[in-house]
Every structure is written in structure tokens, then in C-alpha cells.
Design a protein around this ligand. Structure first.
Ligand code: PMP
Length: 283
């Protein structure tokens, strides 16, 4: 059985509880982060900690732990659960309060962390074959730069993809791709990597930031701008990035093969560079 962390305590998962009045449960009034673990070490941890603080600040939510405590809790959970490769999920909500739309003045934030073991996470065989995506309208709220726990629409998107025999959905707004249900979206045309510019319309992926920096360092050409599904279907390559999938090739969009319909060299190279570099800086 897993050991999880709840409000200052390490507990067996079946003894961990939160209030039915928790605003995370009643209002989705909470934020989260997901950090991957390779060889028992945290990947891109400072980036996730920084984005967590930004999400909290945007929602005027208190952070119940210091940055040092946060790292210590992550490490302790990885150790107690003997996670070699896997993920650490963190969730902070505004806490429990009598139900009212207005933020309570005095609620104590709830903090929960748990691990998921994923042996062989970096050697995921899907990276060799790629994933298929469908396009769906982006019907999420407008502040997607805040990493909130409102994940129902992305869940619906995943289900729509599965129903069509695909793996994931790319969301489209005003004719342009925003992002995947739980990842940032990219295309490659010629020698140029294209991914949507940052804004309130997408989550500022921590993997995205690292991959773009590494691509620039490797003298690869990057354009941060909107692109359409039609442009993506005509691209040479497509891929997504996230903490749990790193760099994952996309080989089909709405039934149309991308390029040769097999993972391309740019995605493969970026995946390799990203995994190499992030292992070196893992904590
Ligand atoms: N966009 C969305 C909507 C996501 O949920 C995620 C993953 N949490 C990402 C992008 C990728 O972000 P990161 O690289 O920080 O995991």
C-alpha cells in the first residue's frame, strides 16, 4: 500500500482523508503539479515548484509549505514508496469552509501528495510507435495558464479520442490548436519546430520550456506561434510534451498520417536530448 502525504502527515493511502467541505471538492478550487521521477530523482523540480507558486498567486491562495519543505516532502514520498521511475502528484486546495462562492477569509489550505510508480517510464514503447490524436473544440475556461484541478473537459476529450480509436485530443480555438488534453502540441515543417506562443490560452508547460531551450541550444529553429489543424496535418512531424510523457511523437491527426505516419527524427532527437539533460539536473 502506498504512503501518501496529507496536511503534514505521512499516512497509508486508506487512512488519508479530506473534508467533504473542502473547496477542491466543492468548487475545483485547487491547483496541482505533476513531477516525474527517473532513477529515484525528481525531473525539472524547480520549474514545477515555480509554476505552483504562480498558480497559487493567481488565485490568491496561500501556500502551506515553503519551497524547501516541498522538495523534502517529494523526496520523502519517493523514498518511502521506493519509486524508481514514476510520478509525484501534488494538489493544494483553498481548504474546507462553509459553502460560499466567495473565498473564505480563514480557511487553511489542504495539501495532498501521492506517488504513482511507472517502471520504465523513460523507455515507454509508445515513443517508438507514436500516438494518434483527434481534434476537438477547446471548451475549457479562459485561464489555462493556471494549473487548476478542473480537468473535466480534458477527461471528456480523452474519452472522445478513445471512442474514435485515438489516444488523445488536440483542442482547437478560433481555428488554431491550443494544446493537447494534458500536454503541449508541436509540429515540424522542414527544419522548423512550431508550437503555440504562451498566453492565458495554454498551460506553460515545464517540459515545453526545457525542450525549447534545448532545441535552441542544439541550433534547431523554433517558432512560437499559432498553427491550424490543416497545417498540422500537412506537417512533416508532430509531437507533444509533458512531464509524464517527455517528448511523444504524434503520427496521426484526425485519421491523416503525419509525414510518413511514423515517429520522425526531430521528435526522437528532442526526446533523447531532453531525457539526457533532465537526468543530469534531476534532484
Ligand atoms: N498542457 C496541459 C493542459 C497539461 O495538463 C499539461 C500537463 N500537466 C501540459 C500542457 C504539459 O505541462 P508539463 O510539461 O509541465 O507537464
Amino acid at each position: 500500500m502506498r504512503t501518501v502525504y496529507v496536511n503534514g502527515e505521512y499516512l497509508p493511502e486508506n487512512e488519508a482523508t479530506v473534508s467533504i467541505f473542502d473547496r477542491g471538492f466543492l468548487f475545483a478550487d485547487g491547483v496541482y503539479e505533476v513531477t516525474s521521477v527517473l532513477d529515484g530523482k525528481l525531473i525539472d523540480f524547480p520549474g514545477h515548484a515555480t509554476r505552483l507558486q504562480r498558480s497559487l498567486d493567481e488565485l490568491e491562495m496561500a501556500n502551506p509549505v515553503t519551497a524547501e519543505e516541498l522538495l523534502a516532502i517529494h523526496r520523502e514520498l519517493v523514498a518511502r514508496n521506493d519509486v524508481g521511475d514514476g510520478l509525484v502528484y501534488l494538489q493544494i486546495t483553498r481548504g474546507a469552509a462553509d459553502r460560499d462562492f466567495a473565498y473564505p477569509a480563514d480557511a487553511t489550505p489542504t495539501i495532498v501528495l501521492f506517488t504513482q510508480a511507472k517502471p520504465g517510464l523513460a523507455d515507454n514503447p509508445v515513443a517508438k510507435t507514436g500516438i494518434k490524436v483527434i481534434s476537438i473544440p477547446d471548451r475549457r475556461w479562459g485561464r489555462r495558464d493556471i494549473k487548476t484541478v478542473q480537468l473535466l473537459y480534458p477527461s471528456m476529450g480523452k474519452m472522445a479520442a478513445k471512442a474514435e480509436g485515438a489516444d488523445d485530443a488536440w483542442m482547437v480555438e478560433d481555428g488554431a490548436v491550443t494544446e493537447g488534453t494534458s500536454n503541449n502540441a508541436y509540429i515540424v515543417k522542414g527544419n522548423t519546430i512550431v508550437t503555440r506562443h504562451l498566453g492565458e490560452e495554454i498551460l506553460h508547460g515545464i517540459t515545453r520550456a526545457a525542450v525549447l531551450r534545448l532545441a535552441a541550444e542544439a541550433q534547431m529553429k523554433v517558432e512560437e506561434r499559432s498553427f491550424t489543424i490543416e497545417e498540422a496535418r500537412a506537417a512533416d512531424e508532430a509531437f507533444v510534451t509533458s512531464a509524464s510523457t517527455f517528448v511523444m511523437p504524434v503520427v496521426e491527426i484526425d485519421g491523416t498520417p503525419v509525414g510518413q505516419g511514423t515517429p520522425g527524427p526531430v521528435a526522437a532527437r528532442l526526446r533523447e536530448i531532453y531525457l539526457d539533460e533532465s537526468r543530469k539536473t534531476a534532484l
